[in-house]
Structure formats: C-alpha cells, structure tokens
Ligand binder design. Structure first.
Ligand code: C2E
Ligand code: CA
Ligand code: CA
Ligand code: CA
Length: 279
C-alpha cells in the first residue's frame, strides 16, 4: 500500500510539475506576445434584429502563438488577469480597436460602435479614464463610437468607485453594456444606480431557447426588465433561425452570434460591411 501511495505521489507531482511548467511557459509567452505582435483583434458583428443592419462589433482578442497556433482567450485571459499583464494588453486592445474604428470611418463606415471587453482588474485601474481620454484624443474618434462591456461580477467589487467611473464614461458619451447578464451573483438593485445603456443576455440562456421553457422565460424577463429601465438589450450566442425569430418576436433590439458571423479578422469584417444588411 505504501508503494502505491508513493507511486501516486510521484504521478501527481509529475502532473503538477507539468502544469506549473506549462503555466510558466504560457506566462513567458504572454510577456513577449505584445512586443512580437502576436495579438490580433477579431470582430463579431452586432446586428439590428429588425433590419439586419450591422450596427457595430465586439472586439475579441486572439493570440497567434508561434508554436501553439491560435490560443483561445478562455485559456489565456485568466492568466493575464492573475499576472497583471491584462493592463498593458488591455491598453493595446483599446488603442487597436480605436485605430480600427478610425480606419472604417475613413472607408465610409462612420457610424459603427466598437465594443471592448473590460476585465475587472483593468476596470479598477486608477488611471483608466485618463488613458481612455488620451486614446480617444490621439485617434480622434467620437466617444459615442466606443463601447465597454463590463461583467456584473467585475463591476460589483467596489460599487461606489464603479459608479463614478461608469458615470464619467457615460458623460463622455461612451456606451456601457453589462456583459453576461444574468450569470453574476449580484442583486438587481445595482441596475438603478449603474449608468448603463445595454444589457447583454448571456449565451447560456440562448443556447437552449428552443427546448427549455425556463430559459425562454428568463430571456423574456430580461428583455422586459431592460426595456422598463429604458436600456436596450442584445442577445449573444445566437446560432439559429429559431433563436433569431424568438428574439425578434420578444423585441430584443440587437443580435450577435454565429448565425450571422463568428468573430472575424478586420478585413473580413470590412467585407461583411460591404455586403450590406444581414439576411
Ligand atoms: P465574452 O465576452 O462573453 O465573449 C463572447 C464569446 O462567445 C466569444 O468567445 C465569442 O467568440 C463567442 N461566441 C460568439 N458567438 C457565439 C455563438 O453563436 N455561439 C457560441 N457558442 N459562442 C459564440 P471568445 O472570443 O473565445 O472569448 C471568450 C471570452 O474571453 C470572452 O467572453 C471574454 O470574457 C474573454 N475575452 C475575449 N477577448 C477579450 C478581450 O479583448 N479583453 C478581455 N478582457 N476579455 C476578452
Ligand atoms: Ca463580451
Ligand atoms: Ca458575454
Ligand atoms: Ca462570457
């Protein structure tokens, strides 16, 4: 029994070592990725439910790793958060999204709104507002063309500070959305106090929309809630015609998901813009 215990221990310590090495490897890779230009933003259209018009996009980070290929953000964003690397990377994301918006403006698509995900750590930076103001000034884009997606859990950590920061952004004209709405552990009372424009229904509620009465009921309630608070509402993870029809009937303002397009590189997004309204 003793021998087995020892073998087990050796086995687990090997696994743990492999995990630690893997993590360290990834961390070192992330540290170099910015300087080496391995990051790229993909853009996924946000579409008006009624007209099929592309209103804007969500910018989503991609890491083109020289050996591992494309690494999923689900794998490396948490590590960026833990190591603080999300701060310089986040600055790059905001600047790149603004520069891309400027590029589309110059091509004649001047009323797009581009959404950037703000991670909790990034959101809590004392100088975030200053950095955003500088980026907007340097690129010269209208703050109304910029949107921030913040999660409930990320925003709830320091309520008073969050309200101050969001108020400043709102006064500047930046659009604020609550991402993954319905999955946080927060109470609804913050909705009275947060300066918010849009609720984004989490894709977990959309996935089983056609088969789950409960998910359908939750989606309807979120749409009603948003509208009675005078927010707009968008659904993410819209994959099928049924999803689209259901959300259209319920008055969901905007739609995002594979049904229209996955996130794509900027030049492919330009092609989507050229095609005109989505089917
Ligand atoms: P999120 O902000 O909730 O982003 C939505 C995720 O759903 C994206 O995954 C998107 O590609 C995916 N998605 C879009 N349409 C569909 C669909 O129809 N069906 C399904 N099943 N999925 C769909 P992605 O790009 O892998 O990003 C995952 C998460 O990583 C994001 O979740 C966000 O939390 C984080 N992330 C991505 N890019 C950034 C970034 O630039 N900054 C920060 N802070 N976080 C990011
Ligand atoms: Ca998001
Ligand atoms: Ca989301
Ligand atoms: Ca999510």
């Amino acid at each position: 029994a003793k021998a087995i215990g020892k073998n087990n221990y050796q086995f687990y310590s090997k696994v743990l070592n492999a995990e630690a090495t893997e993590r360290l490897d990834m961390e070192n890779g992330l540290r170099r990725a910015l300087a080496r230009g391995e990051f790229e933003l993909y853009y996924q259209p946000k579409v008006a439910t009624r007209t099929g018009r592309i209103l804007g996009a969500e910018a989503l980070l991609r890491w083109n790793h020289p050996e591992r290929g494309r690494v999923s953000p689900a794998q490396f964003i948490p590590l960026c958060e833990e190591t603080g690397l999300i701060i310089p990377i986040g600055d790059w994301i905001i600047r790149t999204a603004c520069l891309q918006t400027l590029d589309w403006n110059r091509q004649g698509y001047a009323d797009l709104r581009i959404a950037v995900n703000l991670s909790p750590l990034q959101f809590r930076q004392p100088d975030l507002v200053i950095k955003v103001v500088e980026t907007l000034e340097n690129t010269g884009i209208d703050p109304a063309q910029l949107e921030f997606e913040v999660t409930e859990s990320g925003a709830m950590e320091d309520m008073e500070k969050t309200i101050r920061t969001l108020n400043t952004f709102k006064e500047m004209g930046i659009h604020i959305s609550i991402d993954d709405f319905g999955t946080g552990h927060s109470s609804l009372s913050y909705l009275k106090r947060f300066p918010v424009h849009t609720l984004k229904i989490d894709q977990s509620f959309i996935r089983n929309l056609s088969t789950s009465d409960k998910d359908a009921a939750i989606v309807c309630s979120i749409i009603t809630l948003a509208h009675s608070l005078e927010f707009s509402v968008i659904a993410e993870g819209v994959e099928t015609q049924e999803h689209l029809e259901f959300l259209g009937r319920q008055g969901c303002d905007e739609i995002q998901g594979y049904f229209f397009s996955p996130p794509v590189p900027s030049h492919d997004f330009t092609r989507l813009l050229q095609q005109g309204p989505m089917p």
